[in-house]
Design a protein around this ligand. Sequence first.
Ligand SMILES: *[C@@H]1O[C@H](CO)[C@@H](O)[C@H](O)[C@H]1NC(C)=O
Ligand SMILES: *[C@@H]1O[C@H](CO)[C@@H](O)[C@H](O)[C@H]1NC(C)=O
Ligand SMILES: *[C@@H]1O[C@H](CO)[C@@H](O)[C@H](O)[C@H]1NC(C)=O
Length: 320
Amino acid sequence: MGLLGSLSMLLPLLLWVLWMPAVRAQLPGDKERSARSLDALLQDYAFRAFPSVHPRTGTLYAGEPPSNLTGIKISAMRLRSGSLRTRGVKSYWEFEMPKGVVVQPYVERLVLVYQNLGKWSFFYYPIPGYTYLTPIVGLLAYDAFNLSSTNLPELDITAPINPISIKFSGVQSAPSGLSAKCIWFDLEGVMKFSNITSDNICSATKQGHFSIVAEYTAAPSPSPVSPQINGGPNEGPSLGGGESKVWKIVGSVLGGFVLLVLLSLLVLWVQRYKHQKKMQQMEKASEVGEALHIASIGNTRAPMALGTRTQPVLENEYVP
Ligand SMILES: *[C@@H]1O[C@H](CO)[C@@H](O)[C@H](O)[C@H]1NC(C)=O
Ligand SMILES: *[C@@H]1O[C@H](CO)[C@@H](O)[C@H](O)[C@H]1NC(C)=O
Ligand SMILES: *[C@@H]1O[C@H](CO)[C@@H](O)[C@H](O)[C@H]1NC(C)=O
């Protein structure tokens, strides 16, 4: 095989390698569906629920999510952090905050943003092997200093004495044999499990996202995992470009197969090349060996040269 031929064989491989990062960036789990960018978006939309003049303290304002995220519920409530600490919040959807809750860093007023992800729960918080028995609800705190702000950092809420409780209603019953557990995602996306205390109540010591899940052991059918849970509207889960994602996955699997074929061709070619190189070297070596032998023996050269002729046995194995 000529140099040109081998180069033309490497070209598709090179193109593939260059193209691959672009494919990977489009696979699910990336920016567009990241839970943190959803938090930022929902902070913006929840803050828009406040009236532009004199928003009241301690009042729940229901917000409107962007139209591409119907099924998500958001609310905002503005509080003095002093009142949160001394009185708590009796009822904010599923959440009840006891006395003693501390906000860090200190702000005079804060906004508690509530999220109910409805049918989007599994989309933004996919946990293979588990099924959500209730939509994910989130509780996040922001500085209330400027209600037009976007991309605000979350404040840290801590309940050091009594935990915050989350009372879920309309929880699906766990498939038989499986027990339900509370799940908590902190803001880094780390998930932690805990026991349901009673009456579908989970407890928390910090802000984050919460739900009740059941673990699948045998996974009889994948349908219960789809986010068809109460809270969302009736239209089917429109998981934002799900089909094109499937095609991207199919495409990258096919691409991977092509890559595999190309790689094996490359390996074959390298082996053949090495083989040829070796053959040439052995031929050379046998010639040199011949010469050396002849030289060292001196006068009786003819018989020794005959003996070395048997060395390049490999030649017979080589099948082009
Ligand atoms: C929904 O729309 C907002 C802007 O209105 C955009 O920032 C966001 O990325 C969109 N989300 C999805 C999942 O399409
Ligand atoms: C509040 O934030 C908005 C957007 O960032 C900004 O335009 C406005 O000037 C801010 N207002 C105050 C009082 O800081
Ligand atoms: C949850 O409950 C089980 C028994 O019901 C117990 O063995 C386990 O330690 C509990 N886990 C936690 C984190 O409390």
